[in-house]
Design a protein around this ligand. Structure first.
Ligand code: PEP
Ligand code: MG
Length: 906
């Protein structure tokens, strides 16, 4: 960007202008979602107040140069401002006819409320008078000024609450003023009240910052632009990016736009709308507005907004209050605009508008956030409507979001005491202890306790608490309030605008009236929420599995026809196997046998086995373990009837199972017939400095063959038993942590001899295969040799990531977050496969393995097997299957279909 004078940093829009069309191939990346939407609306001839967008390149430059703007920016902004002035017929900073602007953030993907916005910029003591004279409405001018000083003070000058219990400094002054004047609503304050508020806001700024509020509009503008860029790095935006895997390197654009006013009087309004219901996906126009208000009033939940349509008003019992009834002509324009936008973008849009003196202006259109249910329904219905193809519908789905559909719901048959009803802002169920602050929600989560975050209204500062809570309950705000929008995006249950609640932060309690007198719920008491009905229920309601609807079934039919990858599951118990099968698993890709060892009835025998001192002692312990494992395996074979089941032999370091408490040691001593001191000494002898690189995996099988022999016997006996009962079994035996072909060669002999002996004893034929996990870089390198002894490879990418990156999978979380934030790793490599590094080893492993054995079956069973970008990699590299936890099976099916479509498109 050193040559910035020739680089286009600013793009105008509005007033028929759509300059630079040819120059931008990827408008969202450069102009952000908001800038791109405004540009597109301009091109469609939809009324948009004129303005300009400063690109995300400028944000990146500014971040990289300690806040310094690139050369040439100032000149380009001045030119663009001159064009806006010409279009509007007003002048920025003019004392007669001042142009006011908004300064808004807008990243490539929408991050609702996470970054900052300043409205009414350009006002000062002189221009406010001009605005009053020009508009003929002094109250409006001073209300706008009051809002501007407040927003600028917050966003640019950083006047925010400084502690958990402190309130917003401007709100305190505003409330004081209202109290002094004996009024409840902001709209009841007079022009003089607003004048005195502006003075006290400015005094507070001077007191806290030691300098005056800036009067010069250009100084205001640059301050606001800088602050908006900076807001990309604020803690809530960072948290949001981490939650949604958004790279920190993208940056935000800044849009500067001529103000239109929704607060000029009763023929003015502002609102937000969705072209379909973002909660259920139903095809109906849906939204809210406020008369005589500015944009932030609607989302901030300060006044409860009114519905747009007559039907919605009737349903809410507020007949006559809708925009359709109150401002029919602007409403008709809005309907025609929204229909055009949906048709043009061929997706549900989230729009913002302002009506100034009965004229409609569009401020934003973007693809609307929606719940998983709405995502599926909208996609499937748009295919039926002929708006998109089924391939497009599949590609549009966010795989991870399907998880929401599988979340449990409140048991409809359970008795429940509903104490209040709010708006059904985001469906789902939540049961948890009540907390009143985002930090407390996070602390609860860290303790492993479920909680419900209760707020009067939420603000973007609460994002971490909303993320930690099971559900969100607010007393104020509508269906488009911050709480509702963010909760839907997160797939969290939310009941909003529950006005019956009296929330008292000081006392940490809420109260609701009831026929038997007030009910008080204190911090730590349990509530349940039904987000689909808007119900707040006292106590814990039991949860049940959700019902998957017909739209989901239709989508998954398309998905299964498109994908080539098989999807298996990682399951260690019959219950998990059953769940996964219900979600469409086509086999088990990893059964971690050791998980069964922790069961209460087994752990003593396992400890006895580990702490044995002689082969005889060990055999005695194994004789107890064998039959128990056989029953476990039989249960799994029965559930997976007809499907392949890969069972991995013992893998983790043995010390994980050891008794560390004195009473546990005494118990083992008793079973072994030795003293507790001896047991203690043997436990100590098992200590390893680096257990993950220690005596684990196939090394256990090599040094203690009796353990693997017992396990193989249990697997094959279970197979014989289930087959004898008419079952169809397909055992696949897998050896973990192989690093040399000699290990596998040796263990394969052991497995085959043991299995064949069992089958010979039972006189039955059961085909079985023997394969290996590939979890070490060396295994990838010598995969050609290893494949001589393996029927299949299953990449254990948890260990392979750990060993390739030299990162402890148990400890790296301490600094990985910072690494991701700094862009050193684009994402957490334990979550999304490091395709460049680990992926290259996998490519080598697959290629070398298949050179030796062209039909080698290849799969993945690390956590990455359920992560969409990693699944895409597996598809491209010719894997046969991915294996993931049961609840991720639908996600993997969808991601596999998307990968197939994307590859075909290339
Ligand atoms: C792996 O390492 O990826 C794997 C699946 O094994 P585990 O997580 O049990 O070590
Ligand atoms: Mg492993």
């Amino acid at each position: 960007m050193s040559n910035a004078t020739t680089t286009r940093l600013v793009f105008p829009f509005g007033a028929g202008e759509s300059a630079g069309d040819a120059a931008i191939a990827n408008p969202k990346e450069i102009l952000g979602g908001k800038g791109a939407g405004l540009r597109e609306m301009t091109r469609l001839g939809i009324p948009v107040p004129p303005g300009f967008t400063i690109t995300t390149d400028v944000c990146r430059h500014t971040m990289a140069h300690a806040g310094a703007f690139p050369d040439g920016l100032e000149a380009q902004v001045r030119d663009a401002m001159a064009a806006v002035e010409a279009a509007v017929g007003a002048k920025f900073g003019d004392r007669e006819n001042p142009l006011l602007v908004s300064v808004r953030s807008g990243a490539r993907v929408s991050m609702p409320g996470m970054m900052d916005t300043v409205l009414n910029l350009g006002l000062n003591d002189a221009t406010v008078e001009a605005l009053a004279a020009h508009s003929g409405n002094a109250r409006f001018a001073w209300d706008s000024y009051r809002r501007f000083v407040q927003m600028y003070g917050d966003v640019v000058l950083g006047l925010k609450p400084e502690s958990k219990n402190e309130h917003d400094p401007f709100e305190v002054l505003l409330d004081k003023k209202k109290e002094e004047r004996g009024v409840h609503l902001d709209t009841d304050l007079t022009t003089d009240d607003l004048k005195s508020l502006v003075a006290s806001f400015k005094a507070e700024i001077k007191r806290r910052r030691g300098h005056d509020f800036p009067d010069d509009p250009w100084e205001q503008l640059w301050g606001a632009v800088r602050a908006v860029f900076h807001s990309w790095e604020n803690p809530r935006a960072v948290t949001y990016r981490q939650m949604y895997n958004i790279p920190g390197t993208w940056g935000t654009a800044v849009t500067v736009q001529a103000m239109v006013f929704g607060n000029l009087g009763d023929d003015c309004a502002t609102g937000v709308a969705f072209t379909r219901d973002p909660s259920t996906g139903e095809r109906r126009f849906y939204g809210e507005f406020l008369k005589n208000a500015q944009g932030e009033d609607v989302v901030a939940g300060i006044r409860t907004p009114q519905p747009l349509t007559k039907a919605a008003a009737a349903a809410a019992g507020t007949e006559g209050a809708s925009l359709e009834e109150q401002m029919p002509s602007a409403y008709a324009d809005l309907v025609s605009v929204y229909q055009r936008l949906e048709k043009h973008f061929r997706d549900m849009q989230d729009i913002e508008f302002t009506i100034q003196r009965n004229k409609l202006w569009m401020l934003q259109t973007r693809t609307g956030k929606r719940t998983a249910r709405a995502m599926v329904r909208i996609g499937v219905e748009m295919v039926k409507e002929g708006l998109i193809t089924s391939d497009e519908a599949v590609l549009r789905m966010e795989p991870q979001k399907l998880d929401e559909l599988l979340h449990p719901m409140l048991d409809p048959k359970a008795p429940k005491r509903v104490i209040a009803k709010g708006l059904p802002a985001s469906p789902g169920a939540a049961v948890g202890k009540v907390v009143f602050h985002a930090d407390d929600a996070e602390a609860m989560k860290q303790k492993g306790e479920a909680c419900i975050l209760v707020r009067v209204e939420t603000s973007p500062e609460d994002i971490h608490g909303m993320n930690a809570a099971e559900g969100i309950l607010t007393a104020r705000g509508g269906m488009t309030s911050h709480a509702a929008v963010v909760a839907r995006g997160m797939g969290k249950c939310c009941v909003a605008g529950c006005s019956a609640l009296q929330v008292n932060y000081d006392k940490q309690q809420l109260t609701v009236a009831s026929p038997d007198g007030p009910i008080t719920v204190k911090r730590g008491d349990v509530l349940s929420l039904d987000g689909a009905k808007g119900e707040v229920i006292l106590g814990a309601v039991p949860l049940t599995a959700p019902a998957l609807d017909q739209d989901y079934a239709t989508l998954m039919e398309w998905v299964d026809k498109l994908r080539r990858l098989r999807v298996r599951t990682n399951a260690d118990t019959p219950t998990d196997a059953k769940t996964a099968r219900n979600y469409g698993a086509e086999g088990i890709g990893l059964c971690r046998t050791e998980h069964m060892f922790f069961a209460e009835d087994k752990i003593l025998a396992v400890r006895q086995m580990i702490l044995s001192d002689s082969p005889e002692e060990r055999r005695a312990a194994l004789a107890k373990i064998g039959p128990m494992q056989r029953e476990d395996f039989a249960g799994i074979f029965r559930e997976m009837n007809g499907l392949p089941v890969t069972i991995r032999l013992l893998d983790p370091p043995l010390h994980e199972f050891l008794p560390h408490e004195a009473d546990q040691q005494a118990e083992v001593a008793n079973a072994l017939g030795v003293s507790p001191e001896i047991v203690r000494a043997r436990v100590a002898a098992h200590h390893e400095a680096n257990p993950m690189l220690g005596h684990r995996g196939c090394r256990l099988g090599v040094t203690h063959p009796a353990i693997y022999e017992t396990q193989v016997r249990a697997i094959m006996e279970a197979a014989v038993q289930v087959k004898a009962a008419g079952g169809d079994v397909h055992p696949e035996i897998m050896i973990p942590l192989v690093g040399t072909s000699a290990e596998l060669e040796r263990l394969r002999v052991l497995v085959e001899e043991t299995a064949k002996a069992v089958l010979a004893e039972a006189k039955v034929e059961i085909p079985f295969t023997v394969g290996t996990m590939i979890e070490l870089p060396r295994a990838c390198v010598v995969a050609g040799e290893i494949a001589k002894h393996a029927d299949f490879f299953s990449f254990g990418t948890n260990d392979l990531t750990q060993t390739t990156l030299g990162l402890s999978r148990d400890d790296a979380a301490r600094f990985l977050g910072e690494y991701v934030r700094l862009g050193i790793y684009p994402t957490d490599p334990f979550v999304a496969l490091d395709q460049e590094g680990v992926g290259e080893l996998i490519r080598m492993g697959v290629a070398r393995g298949r050179t030796t054995r062209p039909k080698l079956k290849v799969g993945i069973c690390g956590e990455h097997g359920g992560e969409p970008s990693s699944i895409g990699f597996c598809h491209r590299e010719g894997f046969d299957y991915v294996s993931c936890s049961p609840f991720r099976v639908p996600i993997a099916r969808l991601a596999a279909a998307q990968a197939a479509l994307r590859s075909a498109a290339k």
